[in-house]
Design a protein around this ligand. Sequence first.
Ligand code: BJ8
Length: 424
Amino acid sequence: MADYRQMWADLDMDLATHDLLCDALPVAFGDVYLSQENRPSGMDYFNFVVSEIHGVRPAELIEHQKKGGKVFGTFCVYVPDEIIFAAGGIAAGLCGGSQFWVPAGEQVLPRSICPLVKASVGARLSRTCPFFRIADMYIGETTCDGKKKAWEILAQDVPIHVMDLPQMKRDKDIKAWEEEIRALLAKVEELTGNKVTAASLADSIKLINQKRQALNRLYSSRKSAPVPISGKDALLAIQIAFYDDPGRFTSMTNALCDELDKRIEAGEGVFPADAPRIMITGTPMAIPNWKLHHIVETSGAAIVVEESCTGTRYFENAVDESGTTIDEQIQALAARYMKTNCACFTPNPGRVQDILRLAEEYRVDGVIDYNLQFCGLYSTESYLVQQALKEANIPVLHIETDYSEQDGEQIKTRIEAFLELIGK
Ligand code: BJ8
């Protein structure tokens, strides 16, 4: 990585502790990613983004701020980036995916909170992530109890606007979400000093839809056998989608997909055509959480789809682009975002339907139901997910884990037994 120490110092980061993270990440990335064979050359861009993870993009965000722009940190796929970009702001996903930040989070949170929340709070309070330092404002949401309470703690340190996400999907809930999007728009206008117009919102809706289309294309390529890209690489791309410049991300992902199309035509893949095809469903895997994918794919199976927020929930369903007034556009945004099926909704039959549909589309041989430890929403919904999969005769394995490496061997043993059971 180039030398960004002055930038980090200007962000008031804890440089000594941050050095430890900078030393550890390239080793982990080398072990997990660079050890793969026959990777598409289009992954070079994503490798570069990771190699400069705390440098290049943070520097761009700071450049934006120097020109008077604002940066908004987000934590959930229900927060509509379109509103932020329409006001000339930049949205950057902030979810913490590293064990490195968990101890700092545990200083202010109970241990029995999911690692994603602990790492996110820890990343801010330990001053060891430039993204968490740069954001002018965080946009929280009322999805789970851990997050709701975490916002109150973070609010002592950074301005936060919290969106009140309904937990049902009746017409009145969709209307309520429209109101929340309106309130976000007003907040973003206030902070940026820019007015959102129907034209600027139309542009940002297109911009984000194009990113969704590129991800859709990437995922569709994984329906082929042999699969032209590893699950690990697809996961990396989608993790980067949360904070990269959307236009650049779209063009780099489309370039990668052009290469994957050629691979498919040539029958070229990264796993043998008969390798077991696995779907991951459940809680998100924020960067650099590559733990489960690494274990599964070094056990000989290919992960071909993730029904998660670092997966299909992030890009499925486009926003209707036909609206010509801000009111119509906000309605279209609310309608699209409320199609996402997170376990924080009740009832949530759409998620089970999505899982069964994706299992068919991606021709999966088995499903791993992945649960971040202490996420009560997903672990409780797991009963219905497993029941539906069993009824459909699709083998399923429930794995509950955190970000630490301690249970790696035990998980590997369970996955190997599961793959044996699948019998491929
Ligand atoms: S839409 S999955 S990004 S809330 S894993 S923090 S739910 S205790 S991340 Fe999520 Fe939005 Fe839902 Fe997706 Fe809480 Fe569970 Fe932790 Fe979670």
